[in-house]
Design a protein around this ligand. Structure first.
Ligand SMILES: NC(=O)c1ccc[n+]([C@@H]2O[C@H](COP(=O)([O-])OP(=O)(O)OC[C@H]3O[C@@H](n4cnc5c(N)ncnc54)[C@H](O)[C@@H]3O)[C@@H](O)[C@H]2O)c1
Ligand SMILES: O=P(O)(O)OC[C@H](O)CO
Length: 302
């Protein structure tokens, strides 16, 4: 919707019936109700039509990205592929740009990530994101920036995608704290220690500290841990309150917590909050036992 301010956009959906619905109503009520698609957004179910563009934004759930890339690798060859997904692939332990590099070695991979609710962007509310690519991406930054979407470029895609992935895990934990009535002070402590955990793992994997301190890490962590617009936060809140949550809602932090726990153990990095979120999400531990386990850890320097 926002990129249509810069020129024609093709929106691809797999389901022809849903495409027909969107073409006639000019809305995607299932995913972005109340937003009318601009005239120069054309909707198609034909992947051939969608992959005519030189630049493609990949915005499907993280655990679906690998399959999509493999299925369409030939059509994606040589394209600029901008991943918008946040997470770590459970099967390979890879982030979005690594999945792209593995499936489409001659495509140019970038990650677009940061504090952004789709509904805010679609409403034209001011939003800032990180666009990270291994090589300089100044032209792409200009092409994808709009009057209300301000992109900052980075050459640290690893750091940017780890920030986007890990913040979802901490956001679940923040939701649990609020849902369980443990209070705002506990949430602030958890966000701070969660940021320390995110940075510890990301730097061990080769990311830059300044990337984690930027929009894709700190910025997205603050947004997602403090807003009920966040599905990860709301999922945690329901978990903390012992309530059910709609299983059809995309909650990227659940799979990411699982993937991170394995990654952290393999690399010998302490990730107590992520490990606890994985255990809570799988109902292997109660909220009170999880809180007790975190609070009773040995005292240490900050
Ligand atoms: N919604 C937001 O505010 C927001 C903001 C920034 C980043 N993201 C990220 O975008 C990614 C997608 O999440 P979302 O919010 O759009 O979820 P969503 O549940 O709203 O929509 C997911 C879309 O992906 C499609 N899809 C599912 N499997 C697919 C496949 N195999 N191939 C092609 N399309 C498929 C679904 O049909 C649906 O249209 C996530 O990684 C999320 O973290 C979301
Ligand atoms: O709804 P969430 O929790 O997936 O958050 C959406 C975006 O990632 C916020 O930056």
């Amino acid at each position: 919707v926002t990129l249509a301010q810069n020129g024609p956009v093709t929106l691809w959906a797999r389901d022809a019936a849903h495409v027909a619905e969107m073409q006639s109503s000019r809305r995607n009520d299932r995913r972005l109700p109340m937003t009318v698609l601009p005239e120069n957004v054309s909707v198609t179910a034909e992947i051939e039509a969608a992959t005519q563009a030189p630049v493609l934004l990949l915005a499907m759930p993280m655990q679906q990205m690998g399959g999509f890339l493999t299925a369409h690798a030939a059509r994606l060859a040589g394209k600029t592929l901008v991943a918008c997904s946040k997470g770590i692939d459970l099967t390979t332990g890879r982030g979005p740009t690594e999945l792209i590099a593995a499936a489409c070695p001659d495509a140019r991979a970038a990650i677009l990530t940061g504090p952004s609710f789709a509904a805010d962007i679609a409403r034209g509310l001011p939003t800032a994101l990180t666009l990270a690519c291994a090589e300089d991406c100044e032209a792409l930054q200009t092409q994808l920036s709009t009057p209300t979407l301000r992109l900052y470029r980075s050459t640290d895609p690893l750091g940017a995608e780890l920030g986007g992935a890990l913040k979802n895990v901490i956001a679940i934990a923040a939701g649990v704290v609020i849902g369980a009535g443990l209070g705002d002070s506990a949430r602030a402590a958890l966000m701070t220690r969660g940021f320390a955990e995110m940075s510890r793992l990301a730097l061990r994997l080769g990311a830059r500290a300044e990337t984690l301190a930027g929009l894709s890490g700190f910025g997205d962590l603050v947004l997602t841990c403090t807003s009920a617009q966040s599905r990860n936060f709301r999922f945690g809140q329901a978990l903390g309150a012992g309530e059910d949550f709609d299983p059809t809602t995309t909650v990227e932090g659940v799979a990411t917590a699982k993937a991170v726990s394995v990654l952290a153990q393999r690399r010998g990095v302490e990730m107590p909050i992520a490990t606890m979120v994985a255990a809570l999400s799988e109902h292997r531990i109660t909220v009170s036992d999880a809180a007790q386990a975190l609070l009773s850890r040995p005292l240490k320097e900050e």
